[in-house]
Design a binder for this molecule. Sequence first.
Ligand SMILES: Cc1cc2nc3c(=O)[nH]c(=O)nc-3n(C[C@H](O)[C@H](O)[C@H](O)COP(=O)(O)O)c2cc1C
Length: 204
Amino acid sequence: MIIKRAVTSEPINEVIQNRWSPRAFDRNRQVPREMLFSICEAARWAPSCFNDQPYRYIVWDYHHNKSAFDRAFNCLGEWNQKWVQTVPVLFVALADSIFRKTGKANRWGQYDTGAASVSICLQATSLGLMAHQMGGFDGDKLKKEFGIDDRFTPMAMIAVGYQAEIEVLDESYHKDELKARERIPLGRNFFDSEWEVPILKDFA
Ligand SMILES: Cc1cc2nc3c(=O)[nH]c(=O)nc-3n(C[C@H](O)[C@H](O)[C@H](O)COP(=O)(O)O)c2cc1C
């Protein structure tokens, strides 16, 4: 199995270090129902603006409801469909654009939904599962297919399951699956006191 622990410049939490986005999943290995609930519970405890919890998730388990899973699968882009063929569980993350309590516009809905989705990925990792988020899907088609109100924006679909050997994947994905993970140097995105002043580690 491919392991792609983040090569970090500073020590970080082990679960964060171990999370990565594979494409080789084992569809034959069912994700225990209690693990799916644990993943949802982790997202439920994510922080959100006014604690509004503006995210909604639909969870599709191939082994639990194949026909609904297939309807979700059909909303994925062609390139994602080709590797998601081996995935047993899909989530979709939807962001509410309106606060529940006030009915006013919630401009943090998408931010909060992203935060909850990271919790999904990290909880999955901590359970020995893998998670892979995808933007490549037809959100309008998905909304229509599942009768979702217009106030919700489909943000990402998330593949969840046990990892498999790379051989389950079409060869066209092998290079990506094996390539080293990369990140922009820390100082390019994190600033010290002023805009675009790279934060530096103080060794003094
Ligand atoms: C919002 C979002 C959309 C993404 N869309 C896709 C996608 O459509 N297909 C895909 O294979 N990976 C997709 N990814 C995965 C990213 O390519 C991946 O997270 C990134 O390359 C960093 O790799 P890592 O997650 O292994 O650290 C997406 C990730 C995010 C957060």
